[in-house]
Design a protein around this ligand. Structure first.
Ligand code: HEC
Length: 267
């Protein structure tokens, strides 16, 4: 058994490999079966890869030898034809079949490859520290691109800019595609760099709450531990009636709310 596939990059023959399978169909007819037993049809294919990743311009040219002419050819179980060239093909695996004059056949799988893209991406993040407006950023750096690269964050639309800004903390997926239409993807976690207890939250509490809430007045707001424990009720109170003399500024309310929402870290 001797079937060969000649693989080509576009225009250039690259490799040869030999393999497995010749078979006789038409088993219903004993005389053809025994006729085929003497033949090892050799099957060779010239493969032209696609020009871009999603193009339908690959082709296969099948060459058969060692059978009895004339041959007919088929791919993927389609009908047999005398033309050995199959054009307009997408990348993928194709089953090539050849039948000779006596109905002896051989088949083999050939692969049309995508145009090769060497596009890779690396992803850098700046944590979100915006409060209340998120300001995290993701910057995607391509390498090995063919032509212009487009970028997509999660299920958003593709854009030419490699920077995404105004982002909340969380997990993100990034897709990139270059001019060859070969996609690549990556993912990242954008950290939260929320308000600091020491430099943002504590000074607000000391200046606006401690005069009443550092002794017996509930809740006691004199330590990190007690402030953390009362986080939810503090957020409720500063949005309604605390401090009694007049509300905190919107910025102060936002900082405390973000800090509580970020887990009331002792940062
Ligand atoms: C002038 C005194 C005073 C100041 C200043 C003050 N509070 Fe109060 N706070 C009270 C009093 C009195 C109560 C209990 C009666 C009430 O709820 O109005 C209270 C109640 C609360 C409660 C409990 C509310 C509830 O529903 O259980 C919280 C939480 C609270 N304050 C948080 C704060 C925070 C946070 C600040 C600072 C931003 C603050 N308070 C500033 C006097 C004060």
């Amino acid at each position: 058994m001797n079937i060969k596939i000649v693989k080509k990059k576009r225009k250039i023959a690259v490799t040869l490999f030999t393999m497995l399978l010749t078979s006789c169909t038409y088993n219903h007819f004993n005389e053809i079966s025994s006729l085929c037993a003497g033949f090892n049809i050799s099957l060779t294919a010239t493969v032209v890869n696609t020009s871009t990743c999603d193009a339908s311009d690959g082709s296969l040219t099948i060459l058969a030898t060692r059978g009895i002419r004339n041959y007919s050819f088929s791919i993927n179980g389609g009908s047999y034809q005398s033309d050995s060239v199959f054009n307009g093909l997408k990348a993928g695996n194709y089953t090539l079949s050849v039948k000779d004059k006596n109905g002896c056949s051989a088949s083999q799988i050939a692969t049309i490859n995508n145009a090769q893209s060497s596009l890779t991406i690396s992803i850098a993040t700046v944590p979100n520290s915006g409060c209340p407006t998120p300001n995290g950023t993701i910057t995607v750096t391509p390498s090995g691109a063919q032509g212009t690269v487009q970028y997509q964050l999660n299920n958003g639309s593709f854009q030419p800019s490699n920077t995404f800004s105004g982002l909340n903390a969380g997990n993100y997926s990034v897709n990139a595609v270059d001019a060859s239409n070969c996609p690549t993807s990556g993912s990242t976690t954008l950290a939260s760099n929320g308000p600091s207890y020491k430099s943002d939250i504590s000074p607000i509490i000391v200046a606006n709450c401690s005069s009443c809430h550092s002794g017996n007045r509930n809740p006691n707001l004199s330590s990190y531990t007690s402030i953390k424990a009362s986080g939810a009720s503090i957020v409720g109170a500063i949005n309604s009636n605390m401090p009694p003399g007049g509300k905190l500024t919107q910025q102060q309310i936002a900082l405390i709310t973000c800090w509580v929402n970020n887990g009331a870290l002792n940062n």
